[in-house]
Write a protein that binds this ligand. Structure first.
Ligand code: PGA
Length: 254
């Protein structure tokens, strides 16, 4: 049996009162989460309050982004050190929405991951192809490039933890299921690329590969049952407590 990692990405979708109400509902049911590691990623404005709510629950809180320097004149940015002060150690990096809307470049993503690893935080590197890449047979080329650009030249020491989230961009927010065998195949390509970049031992001990893209209570079991799927990154379905509980339960059962 796996101890699945289930990360909720609330994006910029909840007002403050809604986010806190959802956090309270989730915290009350945390006993049901058993062997799963659950991480909630609210907006920065709710990070401290959600962390307080989760304090005794065993559920962790993560951030949707951070900057690549520890401190300085970077208006509007939040540093990994500021996150650490709130015991936030998991940080999404390079989500496709940031790549698309904010022109987040491979260089920025690389610098963020380097800084997070050096401070002992856990980056969740999001990679994924566009629909056209897949249609043109370029999916693996795109993923290899994203992984190399983000991770080349970095080391995974014993203190490091890294998560790679494979999120096909065309599936995000679409409500589409994808063939679990295709996910497994793609995860194997990602795993092999990681073996090429780091040692086998470092990858086996310090890296998780999770899947994201319209994960719901119905498809999660099929996805998590794949040998190389260590968990899921959930957007839309994480905004509803009942659906989110069902996803965690489905992940635990698989
Ligand atoms: P989705 O979002 O579950 O709504 O597809 C996933 C994500 O963007 O991380």
């Amino acid at each position: 049996m796996k101890n699945p990692l289930v990360i909720a990405n609330w994006k910029m979708k909840l007002g403050s009162a809604e986010a806190l109400a959802l956090a309270k509902k989730i915290s009350k049911s945390s006993a049901k989460f058993g062997g799963a590691e659950v991480v909630l990623c609210p907006s920065f404005t709710e990070l401290a309050a959600v962390s307080d709510i989760m304090r005794e629950s065993g559920i962790r809180v993560g951030a949707q982004n951070c900057f690549w320097e520890e401190q300085g004149a970077f208006t509007g940015e939040v540093s990994p050190k500021q996150l650490l002060a709130h015991s936030i150690t998991t940080v999404l990096v390079g989500h496709s929405e940031r790549r698309a809307h904010l022109d987040e470049s491979s260089e920025m993503i690389h610098k963020k991951i380097r800084m997070l690893l050096s401070l002992g935080l856990r980056p969740v590197l999001c990679v994924g192809e566009q629909f056209d890449d897949r249609a043109e047979g370029q999916k693996e080329v795109v993923l290899l490039k994203q992984l190399h650009d983000a991770l080349n030249g970095l080391w995974l020491t014993d203190a490091c933890q890294l998560v790679v989230a494979y999120e096909p961009v065309w599936v995000i927010g679409s409500g589409q299921d994808i063939d679990p065998n295709e996910i497994e195949h793609t995860h194997q390509v990602i795993e092999q690329t990681l073996y090429d970049l780091f040692s086998h031992q470092a990858v086996d001990e310090h890296v998780k590969i999770i899947y994201g893209g319209s994960v719901d209570p119905e498809n999660v079991g099929r996805y998590i049952a794949q040998p190389t799927v260590d968990g899921v990154l959930v957007g839309t379905a994480s905004l509803d407590a009942t659906q989110f509980f069902a996803i965690v339960a489905g992940a635990l059962k698989a």
